[in-house]
Design a protein around this ligand. Structure first.
Ligand SMILES: [Zn+2]
Length: 67
């Protein structure tokens, strides 16, 4: 469960990120360039009260650990 940073109410989770007119969404990658490791598509949570949005990743195991 995610709580809004602004008003501490419960956020609506699990929405997808879409980019208008492209429809590919966005991805979070580790590293740069074409061969960067794609981690996971981010999900969005929205606060129904104030409209605050929050991006998050569901499978955090895929995020590389700091060396
Ligand atoms: Zn809020």
């Amino acid at each position: 469960m995610r709580i809004c940073r602004q008003c501490q109410c419960k956020m609506v989770e699990g929405l997808d990120v879409k980019v208008d007119s492209a429809g590919y969404g966005i991805t979070i990658a580790a590293g740069t360039g074409i061969f960067a490791n794609r981690i996971e598509k981010p999900k969005v949570a929205i606060c129904p009260k104030c409209g605050e949005i929050s991006l998050y990743i569901e499978n955090i195991d895929k995020i590389p650990k700091k060396r």
